[in-house]
Design a protein around this ligand. Structure first.
Ligand code: C5P
Length: 290
């Protein structure tokens, strides 16, 4: 039986801007996305029984077609015209779920990459991204990862130069925010601040670590319910007090990240924040996952 293991790496939104709601119900996005080392482990086995069987180490996660990893396997077999093929998928989750870190999308993209190898289908990365679109808006980015500008629904991708190799501390508060609810809240709140996306692109292009850190910004923070915003602000303040050059929430939250100037400062921040927030990680940006 053929099987392999893939890392499904988390993503951060260095910037996140939301535009108008479209006729299809999705919103126009503009986000600078970044892969980090923090990952789930995805073990994929190719079977010949037409079934997709999923197991995870988290009992509360769905293991049927609601799980993006299973959805991705089905989408892959349809695209490759392999109706009789099946897969066993084992997810070892380390990336916090419902955190804005794209863990489910990363798992799905890892399944697409893995099945591409196991079946010998030989799809190009662009074709895998296309298959990923139907699975979820963040899945195409996760196919190649690295540093990219994502627009449209999030699936139109422009690869960028690698961001400076700054240590990252990520903390997830104990609550999650519903993605559709946050999009609704942002629709009823117009005229707020926007990230300096062009400035971020220039800072990345120039390898300017301080410039990148100073421009991290996510419009979803401003749409949070007030009691959630208080926690996110406190977390950001603690990251900055601990030496981060910039901090922001990622995706629809509730995870918050800080970008640090050096490893020693990041390690000390991680040690002190781990005592307050259980889900706290020290990680690094990754250039590409392919
Ligand atoms: O594409 P995905 O399934 O990840 O999206 C989840 C939900 O997030 C959508 O049903 C929609 O409510 C919202 N969304 C949006 N605009 C986007 C991406 C997601 O409104 N560009």
């Amino acid at each position: 039986m053929k099987s392999l293991k893939e890392h499904a790496r988390a993503k951060l939104n260095l910037t996140l801007d939301v535009g108008a709601r479209r006729d299809d119900g999705y919103h126009e996005m503009r986000m600078v996305m970044q892969t980090v080392e923090l990952s789930d482990e995805v073990e994929i086995t190719l079977t010949g029984d037409g079934e997709i069987r999923l197991r995870t180490n988290l009992r509360y996660l769905p293991n049927d077609r609601r799980n993006l990893a299973a959805k991705a396997a089905r989408a892959f077999f349809d695209a490759a015209d392999l109706p009789g093929a099946g897969a066993g998928i084992r997810l070892r989750k380390r990336v916090p779920v419902c955190a804005g870190l794209g863990g489910g999308s990363a798992d799905a993209a890892a399944v697409l990459r893995g099945l591409n190898v196991l079946t010998g289908a030989g799809f190009s990365p662009e074709r895998l991204e296309e298959i990923g679109r139907a699975v979820g808006s963040d899945v195409p980015f996760c196919v190649c990862g690295g540093t990219q500008l994502a627009t449209g629904r999030g699936e139109e991708l422009l690869p960028l130069a690698a961001m400076p190799a700054m240590p990252v501390v990520i903390c997830k508060p104990g609550f999650s925010v519903s993605t559709p609810e946050l999009f609704q809240r942002i629709d009823s709140r117009r005229g707020g601040m926007h990230p300096d996306t062009e400035g971020m692109l220039a800072a990345i292009g120039a390898g300017d670590a301080r410039g990148v850190a100073q421009r991290v910004y996510n419009v979803f923070e401003d749409a949070l319910p007030p009691h959630r915003l208080r926690t996110v602000r406190e977390l950001k303040r603690r990251l900055i007090d601990a030496g981060a050059l910039g901090a922001a929430m990622t995706g629809t939250g509730s995870a918050v990240f800080g970008l640090f100037p050096d490893e020693a400062t990041a390690k000390a921040a991680h040690a002190s924040l781990s005592g307050i927030w259980r889900d706290c990680f020290l990680t690094l940006p990754v250039d590409s996952v392919l």
